[in-house]
Design a binder for this molecule. Structure first.
Ligand SMILES: [Zn+2]
Length: 215
C-alpha cells in the first residue's frame, strides 16, 4: 500500500482502538508505574526474580513461547512470586510480517506454554512493538489485549548501567508510565536497584501492568 495512505490508516485504526484493548500508559492520578521485562525466561531469570524480591517490586514479564516451553519451572516462579506473565510471541518474530494463520499459531502456542494469565483476557506484547493494521486487528478482534509501553529504557542499545540509571530518573518518568526493560542483560540487572531506589525516593510505587490498569 502507498506509504502515506498506510500511515494514515494506521493512525486511524490505532486511534480508534478501544483503550481497554490497547494499553500504553496507565492512569496518571497516582505516582504508580509498572516495570516490564521482555524476552525471558532464560537462565538468568532467577537472579532477576531474587533481586525483585529483595527490592519488593512486582513486575510484568512478557515471555517468548519457545523459551517458556524450555523453562516451565521459571514460568511457575514468576507467578509464585507475584509477578504478571504475558505473551511476547512464540519465537520473537515481527507480527507485521506474519500471515493470519502464522500469527494465530504464535499466539496460541505461547498462551498454551504460559498457562492461564491473571487477566480476564490474554495479554500480548508484539516483539519490537511491530504491528500492521491487520495484525493489531487480529489480536484485538480475537479478544486479546495488546500491552505496549510508554517509556523505553533503551536498555537494548544503551548497554551501560550508569547510562540506564541516568535515563530512568523521576524527572524523566511520569506517573502511570509503563517502562520497558529486557531480561538476560547484566547492565539492566546492575542498574535496577538504583533505578528503583531513585524512583521510590521520589514517591513512586510499583505495580504489575494488570494492577496499574486495574485489569
Ligand atoms: Zn522482545
Amino acid at each position: 500500500m502507498w506509504a502515506p495512505l498506510r500511515n494514515n490508516l494506521k493512525r486511524l485504526v490505532f486511534g480508534a482502538m478501544p483503550a481497554s484493548r490497547f494499553l500504553r500508559r496507565g492512569p496518571s492520578d497516582r505516582k504508580r508505574i509498572a516495570l516490564t521485562f521482555d524476552d525471558g525466561p532464560c537462565p538468568q531469570t532467577l537472579e532477576y526474580l531474587d533481586l525483585l524480591d529483595q527490592l519488593n517490586v512486582p513486575a510484568t514479564f512478557f515471555v517468548v513461547g519457545d523459551r517458556a516451553e524450555r523453562y516451565p519451572e521459571l514460568i511457575q516462579q514468576y507467578i509464585r512470586r507475584g509477578h504478571q506473565v504475558a505473551s511476547h510471541g512464540y519465537d520473537h518474530q515481527r507480527f507485521s510480517a506474519l500471515t493470519i494463520a502464522q500469527l494465530d499459531d504464535q499466539l496460541r502456542r505461547t498462551e498454551l506454554a504460559i498457562g492461564p494469565q491473571r487477566t480476564m483476557q490474554p495479554w500480548v506484547r508484539p516483539p519490537y512493538g511491530a504491528m500492521s493494521v491487520r495484525s493489531l486487528t487480529q489480536m484485538t478482534a480475537s479478544g486479546r489485549v495488546v500491552a505496549m509501553w510508554s517509556f523505553d529504557s533503551e536498555d537494548y542499545s544503551r548497554q551501560d548501567a550508569a547510562e540506564l540509571i541516568a535515563r530512568c530518573t523521576p524527572t524523566a518518568i511520569q506517573p502511570g508510565e509503563v517502562v520497558l526493560f529486557h531480561e538476560e542483560q547484566a547492565w539492566t540487572y546492575a542498574a535496577l536497584p538504583t533505578i528503583v531506589k531513585q524512583l521510590r525516593d521520589a514517591g513512586y510505587e510499583f505495580a504489575t501492568m494488570a494492577d496499574l490498569f486495574g485489569a
